[in-house]
Ligand binder design. Sequence first.
Ligand SMILES: [Zn+2]
Length: 349
Amino acid sequence: MLALTVTPRVPKSIRLVEVSEPLKENGPVLVKTLSVGICGTDFEIVDGKYGEAPPHQRHLILGHEAIGEILEAPSKSPLSPGDLVTGIVRHPDPVPCSNCEVGEWDMCQNGLYTEHGIKGRDGFCSERYRCTPDLLIPVSPKLRRVGALVETTSVLAKAWEHIERIGSRARWKPSKVLITGAGPVGMMAALLGVQRGLEVHVYNRSSNSPKPELVQSLGAYFHTGSLQDICPDADIVIECTGVGQMVFDVMKMVALNGIVCLAGVSSRGRKLEIDFQSLNRTLVLDNNVIFGSVNANRRHYKFAVEALLKADIEWLERVITRRLPISQWQAAFDERPLGDIKTVLDFLL
Ligand SMILES: [Zn+2]
């Protein structure tokens, strides 16, 4: 079968190659891949900056945002051939740590977890893959064309769950949300904010793309220009860019008792001079919480599927700005076109 592979830590080693059929030891459920989304983590892996092959293997099959159709499942499993599923990216560590033991592997304490297409486990960007039923999430047929968005949405479902848990430390009635960055992460953060009945403001550096229209059609506000002027008293900020200056600026801007969730992974190495004393003074005197959030567990994937089912499917289709057949995978990793939000590779061979 065909698979998109890399040799981790070797830049430009990405290839579409013939590989052997998925090993039975990976699980009794055989899934046919329909589409795979490409994200910033894939770019880092392709650039040789990140990624780890499975044990005793040189290559890693890419892909961690996928929708697939079940070809084979054990008769006692809740899954049946023809069902659509998304594979959960992270598998619990084998020890397991206290969080993995209770299914909260997104909060793994020892770092020994594995991740499909990222860390020590083949991804989904192959014609077929095998998995265990507990690490597959059923997806409604209504989401067939947009199911590659489930994984990104699950990361935001976790972020929102944690924001709400932190908010419950006191009586808290948030009304305004600021989201920085209108890529796929920012878009899904905005969707979940609107679904909670909040006033959602999305900031993006440029407006020359479908992003403003997509944000506005959600019922949210799109902004560009100076960040300071747009939403100075947000109760919640979800920072999705990972840009150092932006991270610093939103920490200073959040309202009294406000919460800043950092969901954007920064690239390493850029130094920034900041007045940390004055930032610390503001955070303390305003009861602010700044926290990071990554990954998702089974509960968050379920929330994500529910949220996408409540959304306008046509809107979700527009978030996928580019669909390419797997044969044109190279175009997905070339320079991204202006205004690109999410690129998806389709496995309709
Ligand atoms: Zn763990």
